[in-house]
Design a protein around this ligand. Sequence first.
Ligand code: CAA
Length: 392
Amino acid sequence: RFMSVGIDDISFYSSGLYLSLSTLADHNGEDPDKYRVGLGQERMGVPAPDEDIVTLAANAARPLINDGNHDRITTILFATESSIDQSKAAGVYVQRLLGLGSNCRIVELKQACYSATAAIQMACGLVARKPGDQVLVIAADIARYGLGTPGEATQGCGAVAMLVKDSPRLLEVHPETGCYSEDVMDFWRPNYMDTALVDGKYSTIVYLKALRQSWKHYRENAGSVDFGDFSRFCYHLPFTKMGEKAHRKLAVTNGVSMDAELLEQQIGSGLLYNRQIGNSYSASLYIGLASLLENDKEDLSGKHIGLFSYGSGCVGEFFAMTVCNGYREHSRREQHLAMLEQRQELDYQTYAELFGHSCPQDGGEHYFPEMAAGHYRLAGIHDHKRIYSETD
Ligand code: CAA
């Protein structure tokens, strides 16, 4: 039906530090169930002072690179809304850190949490035009709202790296999609701020509107495709409860009654990692996709997955993938579980201190304490230049 292009490999990374949301609830005088049940979150990744989107991204992408693909990656698309520079693309640092060949086009993409999906679509287009080329798509973000704000419990950080090629081993991406865009102010971050501004309740309403409209457009484009054609669904996850709300809404729109069992079957296994990491903005949908592939008890070979990507401001896109036969042989579940298990828990005081010390503003001379757990770290900033180093 369509040329087989899609995701061949997927790997993600989050900081080695986390805050338990029960610790945050205790400090904020909230019932822990508000965060655990109401938002569906347990922990959130907290970046160390010597971590940024480049180190998160390089740590996520490192396992994907080998002698076989090292020189075949012709493009790096880096999606983020936590950019570290107004001019230079973060992917250029990553290319060097990963030791990739120098005949490579590299660009950074931004549209809030949505831009990784634009990157996936563009990558598929490039590969379809020239099969044999491989595109490294990376999404990396640090979600910061500020201490004591309503958004605080929905912070987090993470990066995901995906190799897009022809005849992929994990997922074929369908060409049909449905998009919705509208100029709204539900969440944004002016250049002079290092925390996001958000109209929280409004943002959840716009998210659901964009889902409804993207689905409608998808059905116009995809012909006879129906809700029942999909075995599983993945949603952008600012917090996992949002995914549940979205799925219930989509079911109702299609006249499907959604009980707890069906909800768990259709989206449950995709929520596990995000519940431990928190919001990772552009990476969040794809960390959810990895969670689904690696944790679903059923063999999903040949099954269709519906995905909804949302970026505030806003752009939404509904699209679909088919799971490839034999995908389970290429799972990175052990790597991901080990990374999550080895994280170190923070007490509230340390979390608050780390929050205050991130985002050095003047670009002068800063050297950071060695706290990052991954292979790559941000050693310092000197002469307005970021200095990255490797730990082993
Ligand atoms: N036990 C169980 N549940 C409880 C509870 C308790 N003791 N106390 C409260 N709850 C429930 C509430 O009923 C509510 O659930 P429902 O929405 O289903 O009613 C939930 O916990 C949250 O409680 P509140 O609505 O009172 O929480 P809040 O107003 O303080 O904050 C928020 C919620 C607006 C989402 C806030 O966290 C926020 O602003 N987050 C950032 C913005 C965001 O994530 N928006 C999502 C859509 S936009 C997007 O997706 C892009 C992106 O990544 C930012």
